[in-house]
Design a protein around this ligand. Structure first.
Ligand SMILES: NC(=O)c1ccc[n+]([C@@H]2O[C@H](COP(=O)([O-])OP(=O)(O)OC[C@H]3O[C@@H](n4cnc5c(N)ncnc54)[C@H](O)[C@@H]3O)[C@@H](O)[C@H]2O)c1
Length: 334
């Protein structure tokens, strides 16, 4: 018998990743799904075999005994659904971005404070095993001194006028992953993300609908200075990041299975300074949860172990505010 009964609301493209993670976690049991598109509902019912399937999520929550809900709708639909789940005192996992704006996230966080359910935003880059292992190496070396992130993408409907009711601009809808990743890489402890204290952002909207160019320098309360580059309407979707400690550098290619290039400067002795070399150690994934760690497992750990998840709504407010500051070309303290 599994420990937690799970329901999923919204069974589109990215929900498939949630279904896969739920199926891989023995403490979770998929009891119900909800989807307003009849064809998708049937497809997902056949593929993932929940006990029950509903077109109306409220009827699902009224009818089924559920501990944990994954809300996987587009941001334009997410806020009222997640509020409903939290007000029913259900543990609630929310897809990113948590709402259309930082104001939505603040509203969600306020409801979450009154809920008996735990909550977690699926800022899943934080939970990549390679990111966690690199972060551990950086923190073992005295902590980060610099980090950087790139999130570039071809033009699509995200952030366009046609999808303005469904998605915020792409710096919030898409690149928020790497805004959040910068906070995470700049953090000084295993469980905490840094908070921005100042942002100097230069932006250009671009001529085409949905295009946006953002180049920002960010100062964090951990003392780290970071850079963020996000361009939509360029050639391809490229997601990279880097983080540096004293005498240590990690370059992360996060396009598919994360790839890491690591460097360690070695003291040459006799006052000859240091020599930079490829890091010779293995990237050990075990101490930070192993190669199959993910946000769904983390949330189950937290619910069952009475711990606070790393990416709560309360914390996500800081990511969303930073994303919005970058998006509006803010210059100065925040
Ligand atoms: N973490 C990641 O790496 C990642 C990747 C892709 C997408 N996402 C996020 O996942 C979310 C969903 O994206 P997607 O590409 O799967 O979108 P999608 O449009 O494919 O899926 C959303 C589904 O929600 C359904 N839905 C809407 N309102 C509903 C309601 N009231 N009840 C039940 N179902 C409802 C829609 O019919 C649709 O099938 C977005 O917020 C997106 O930003 C995250």
């Amino acid at each position: 018998m599994a420990d937690l009964k799970v329901a999923v609301i919204g069974c589109g493209g990215h929900a498939q990743e949630h279904f896969r993670m739920i199926a891989a976690e023995p403490r979770l049991h998929l009891v119900a799904i909800s989807e307003i598109d009849g064809k998708r509902l049937e497809q997902n019912r056949r593929q993932w075999k929940p006990e029950r399937a509903f077109s109306d999520y409220r009827r699902m929550l009224d009818t089924c005994t559920v501990d944990l809900v994954h809300v996987c709708t587009m941001p334009g639909h997410l806020t009222p659904i997640a509020i409903d789940c939290l007000q029913r005192d259900l543990h609630t996992s929310l897809e990113k971005p948590p709402g259309m704006s930082a104001a939505d996230t603040e509203e969600l966080a306020a409801v979450a404070r009154r809920s008996k359910g735990e909550n977690m935003v699926s800022f899943n880059r934080r939970y990549f095993p390679q990111v966690l292992a690199v972060r551990r190496l950086v923190q073992q070396r005295g902590g980060p001194v610099h980090c950087a992130a790139t999130y570039n993408k071809h033009l699509d409907l995200i952030g366009s006028k046609a999808w303005a009711h469904l998605t915020p601009p792409s710096i919030i809808c898409d690149a928020i992953h790497h805004v959040d990743l910068l906070r995470w890489l700049a953090g000084r402890t295993p469980t905490e993300a840094a908070r921005a204290t100042a942002v100097y952002s230069l932006i250009e909207q671009g001529e085409r609908d949905g295009a946006g160019r953002h180049n920002a320098v960010i100062h964090f309360d951990s003392g780290v200075i970071a850079t963020m580059m996000h361009h939509s309407g360029v050639g391809f979707r490229i997601r990279r990041a880097e983080v540096h400690a004293e005498d240590f550098s990690a370059y992360l290619d996060l396009n598919e299975t994360p790839q890491c290039e690591l460097y360690q400067a070695v003291d040459q002795g006799r006052g000859q300074g240091a020599r930079g070399e490829p890091y010779r150690g293995e990237l050990d994934l075990e101490p930070t949860g192993g190669p199959h760690f993910d946000e769904t497992r983390h949330f189950a750990d937290c619910i069952l172990g009475a711990q606070t998840p790393w990416s709560t709504l309360e914390d996500a407010v800081h990511t969303m505010r930073l994303g919005e500051a970058i998006g509006r070309g803010h210059k100065g303290p925040i």
